[in-house]
Write a protein that binds this ligand. Structure first.
Ligand code: OXD
Ligand code: MN
Length: 640
């Protein structure tokens, strides 16, 4: 078994590592790549070693052997336990104080505040991200990082967001003192020695420094397997230097820095500079009964069913859905004006509760191999359990996510509502054959959506690109457990990016608007708003959702083909005609599902306008002002 770590206090240089690598497992090809570790990577590691003072440094090669070594360490430390019911699956229990993203401690750092975040009117608190000055960021680092890795190993993870052979992809190097993070990054990104080969070309890379932090003595004793420092957690994104610095949390979006920090926040800011889009969207391929295949992207806020939609099992005869990605998309118009998208990730970091044979059978066929679960409940037969999952067999006991005995029907949840599975994407039985295509897949429609119990129809179509951008900007949704928000408040979540904007939302809107003319003859995809969550007066969902959502796709495909008679205009957009929207076999109230109440929408438009004027103020693009005006005039005309 290779052991790449140096002795206590020793820094393993690329050369030493390369020699060691040759002795143990490396092929000569890999050896060359590693011995030529680019100077900037070496400097990044050396600077960070001086700051964090780890006992060892381990340069990750991404191999199976390395992964087993780290898994053994995690088992020994009690960070994870094996789940013998499944193949190569593990369960981690985090500290109960480290269970979700911490938006309030997440900052974009730029010299000018206005470059990082929207500047609201009249000193109203900003809702779309936090700014920190470079001096304060330096202070935050100086107060937390010196010596924070003492007694631990610093792992060096070279990783690629996107397929290694794709011109769309970008490289990062994450340094972390958490082996759990290394094992999870191996699932979520392409990582290891092969990435260094790409960096050989002298390409730039995103620097990502992560430490779980140094807990107080009491906290450390309580959760020895999950060190963290929740009182001092901070996540910084330095846009000018493409750097991420994350301290204090080992959990998901705070610690797997390729995901939200790189692929969305730093990614969206790079995308703006380079003329493309980094978005919080799933990508799916849908084949219709005639055998024609189209790809669609969809933006929903966290925990609103992106994974379920990406893995949909269509109920309509002859339809097939295949999954390209469930959370993030990088897309750009190619020279022929076709919008093309890649999934920069390599795995799924999905919310477990609510996933079941009934809601997402494909996910259930995906996640019980090679998976790290976090904060789900455990069963006495060596498996897992979460709310919504089929009940375990009689006689099987459940231990909740906190490690306490739990009984079915208990008022407290067995699994934390933000508990997760971290699973390789290639295991998904309906993974799209083109999911790793270097040139990306062609996109024909963009969907926006949220949890809207009242007033918002099942689907409506934007009139054109500018209106579509306005629809994205107007998105709202009930808060979920993926972040620290409480309760079911309806929050603005433009483009499902509220927690993930890498720069000023006004500039982001301008960037989206500019895409319309980014390339000559752009084939602009149609844009839609969907809402699976409308409720009737009794509080019951009006639409069955899940596999039945293919009926919405069926209508969208007719629209993409410009089939006549398929839509009826309303003040908010085009809705389906009764004849062309297939509800055969369903007990649903078509008229209510698609009703657009003028009173509701006048109130909604007022609220959206106030939000945009107040939050974005001087940076609100003129086109969006015009869209607000157009919406009001359509609603007023409808009233007369
Ligand atoms: C996620 C999120 O983890 O959006 O995907 O919070
Ligand atoms: Mn997400």
């Amino acid at each position: 078994m290779p052991d790449f770590d140096g002795g206590a206090g020793e820094y393993v240089s690329a050369r030493d590592y390369a020699q060691h690598f040759q002795r143990s497992v490396g092929s000569p090809k890999k050896l060359n790549a590693v011995s030529l570790l680019p100077k900037q990577v070496r400097e990044f590691v050396e600077d960070s070693v001086r700051l964090c003072r780890p006992s060892n440094v381990h340069i990750c090669d991404g191999s199976e052997a390395e992964n087993s070594l780290l898994i053994d360490r995690l088992l020994e430390n009690g960070t994870i336990v094996r789940l013998p019911k499944y193949k190569n699956c593990f369960l981690a229990r985090s500290s109960p104080r480290d269970v979700a993203r911490v938006e309030s401690r997440t900052f974009i750092c730029t010299a000018e505040r206005r470059d990082a975040v929207n500047v609201p009117r009249d000193a109203v608190p900003g809702q779309l991200g936090n700014w920190m000055s470079p001096a304060d960021a330096d202070r935050a680092v100086a107060e937390r990082f010196p010596g924070c890795m003492e007694g631990r190993t610093m792992y060096v993870i070279p990783f690629s967001m996107g397929p290694l052979d794709s011109a769309y992809s970008k490289i990062g190097v994450q340094l972390t003192d958490s082996a759990y993070v290394v094992c999870s990054m191996r699932v979520m990104t392409r990582m290891g020695a092969r990435v260094l080969e790409r960096l050989d070309g002298g390409e730039g890379f995103v620097r990502a420094l992560h430490s779980v932090g140094r807990p107080s003595a009491g906290a450390a004793a309580e959760h020895p397997g999950w060190p963290c420092d929740p009182d001092r957690t901070v996540i910084l994104h330095k846009l000018e230097s493409n750097e991420i610095i994350s301290y204090g949390s080992g959990y998901g979006g705070n610690s797997l820095l390729g995901k939200k920090c790189f692929a969305l926040r730093i990614g969206s800011s790079i995308a703006r500079r380079e003329g493309w889009l980094a978005e919080h969207m799933l990508i799916l391929g849908v084949t219709d009964p005639r055998g024609r295949k189209r790809y669609i992207v969809a933006a929903f806020p966290s925990a609103c069913g992106k994974t379920n939609m990406a893995m949909m099992q269509p109920t309509l005869q002859g339809y097939k859905v295949e999954c390209v990605g469930d959370d993030i998309v990088w897309m750009r118009f190619d020279r022929n004006g076709q919008l093309r998208a890649i999934n920069p990730e390599f795995g799924f970091f999905g919310v477990a509760p609510g996933t079941s044979r009934a809601t997402n059978p494909v996910a259930m066929d995906t996640v019980f191999e090679n998976t790290i679960f976090t904060n789900v409940a455990q069963t006495s037969d060596g498996g897992v359990y979460w709310e919504g999952m089929e009940d375990p067999a009689p006689g099987v006991n459940i231990t909740d996510w906190l490690g306490n005995p739990w009984t079915l029907g208990s008022s407290k949840p067995a699994a934390h509502p933000n508990s997760r599975f971290c699973t390789p994407a290639e295991q998904c039985p309906i993974i799209d054959p083109n999911w790793q295509s270097p040139e990306g897949v062609p996109i024909d429609a963009i969907l926006f959506g949220g949890r809207r119990p009242k007033g918002v129809p099942l689907v409506f179509e934007a009139f054109d690109w500018k209106h579509g951008v306005f629809v994205g900007a107007s998105m709202k949704s009930e808060a979920t457990a993926a972040a620290e928000h409480k309760g079911k408040v309806i929050m603005h979540d433009p483009f499902a990016m509220r927690p993930f904007f890498g720069y000023n939302f006004g500039h982001y809107l301008q960037h989206w608007l500019s895409m319309e003319t980014a390339v000559p003859h752009a084939k602009l995809p149609k844009m839609y708003h969907v809402n699976w969550f409308r409720k009737d007066d009794q509080g019951k969902f009006m639409w069955p959702g899940y596999g039945e959502n293919c009926r919405v796709l069926d209508w969208i495909l007719q629209r993409i083909d410009d089939e006549p008679g398929t839509a009826r205009p309303t003040p908010i957009g085009n809705v389906p005609t009764r004849e062309t929207f297939n509800v055969e076999g369903l007990q649903v109230d078509f008229d209510e599902l698609f009703s657009v109440s003028n009173d509701f929408w006048i109130e909604e438009a007022r609220e959206i306008a106030e939000f945009l004027y107040e939050q974005v103020d001087q940076d609100l693009p003129k086109d969006i002002h015009d869209q607000i005006g157009n919406l009001f005039s359509r609603l007023n005309q409808n009233n007369n």
